[in-house]
Design a protein around this ligand. Structure first.
Ligand SMILES: C[S@@+](CC[C@H](N)C(=O)[O-])C[C@H]1O[C@@H](n2cnc3c(N)ncnc32)[C@H](O)[C@@H]1O
Length: 276
């Protein structure tokens, strides 16, 4: 499926932001807010990554596919921490280059590969992986159901998938939904709820956890750090872009506080495909 202009614009934007995320000040802020320093763009904290590693049953020799892997958070951390093998898939090449450099610098880990690929068109044979993960990725792409179906196709029978995602809760008034869409991640709106999409894609949900309180706390913490380092960040991003980012993030914090955006973790295992 051809990428829409909005999807291309997001990739262009991320291609510029990922290298800036490697600056000393950005890595320091990330350490304080999320407990990691990969130049990540999701809200996954180190604590959360450790919980997910257990849910994915990551051990040496287990093959993980991380979709929307960015610069390697959290997949490279898992490869280092658990010894699992990891394939990192994403669209911006700038992010994957940073990830491969980090993998080389990290020292002994499981095997790691980076692949330029779309979540909805994965270049792998059926059943290639034991585990699949994605951190706040489905809210950054349009083809949510198609991506969940591809994840199902490339995981082996009995394999696992764990992901986090941000979305507007169902039954919001339309003005509130509009605010969630305006101030949430770029593709936060969904045509169907995630449990229904998981079922349609051939997954059985095994675990679901609301992470909204942690998400709200991280956004507030990041706002605090950005305000405290405004001068350095203005220089890094340019004053206009930094000011716009800060204003938008304050609106995002408000929208989360009002309950118009939720962040959840879903864990699933393969279900037999329904007979057609
Ligand atoms: C919120 S970021 C998460 C990145 C990284 N995993 C992290 O935690 O920092 C979402 C990622 O999804 C990627 N993405 C967007 N559309 C995609 C698509 N169609 N297929 C695969 N990845 C996509 C973006 O390029 C971005 O790197």
């Amino acid at each position: 499926m051809p990428r829409s202009p909005d999807e291309k614009a997001l990739t262009d934007r991320l291609s510029k932001l990922y290298p800036l995320g490697q600056s000393k000040i950005m890595l320091e802020i990330e350490r304080r807010v999320c407990g990691c320093d990969y130049g990540g763009t999701s809200w996954a904290t180190r604590h959360e990554a450790e919980e997910i590693a257990k849910l994915l049953a990551l051990v040496p020799g287990r093959r993980l596919l991380d979709i929307g892997a960015g610069t390697g958070w959290p997949a490279l951390y898992w490869a280092r921490m658990t010894g699992c093998d990891a394939v990192l898939a994403d669209v911006p090449l700038a992010a994957l280059h940073i990830a491969t450099e980090r993998a080389a610098a990290d020292g002994p880990t499981g095997d790691c590969w980076a692949v330029a690929a779309e979540g909805a068109a994965l270049p792998f044979k059926n059943g290639s992986f034991d585990s699949v993960s994605h951190s706040d990725v489905l809210c950054c792409l349009d083809a949510k159901l198609a991506t969940l179906k591809e994840c199902r196709r490339v995981v082996r029978p009995g394999g696992r998938m764990v992901f986090t995602v941000i979305f507007p809760p169902p039954n919001l008034a339309s003005a509130d939904h509009e605010r969630a869409v305006r101030f949430g991640p770029p593709f936060v709106a969904t045509a169907a709820e995630y449990p229904a999409m998981l079922q349609e894609a051939g997954w059985s949900t095994t675990h679901r956890r609301d992470l909204t309180a942690e998400y709200a706390k991280s956004v507030q913490h990041l706002l605090h750090e950005e305000a405290a380092h405004a001068e350095q960040l203005s220089e890094l991003y340019g004053p206009a872009e930094f000011s716009e980012t800060l204003t938008r993030r304050r609106m995002t914090a408000q929208v989360i506080g009002k309950g118009f955006l939720r962040r959840e973790l879903f864990a699933a295992t393969t279900a037999p495909f329904p007979m057609s």
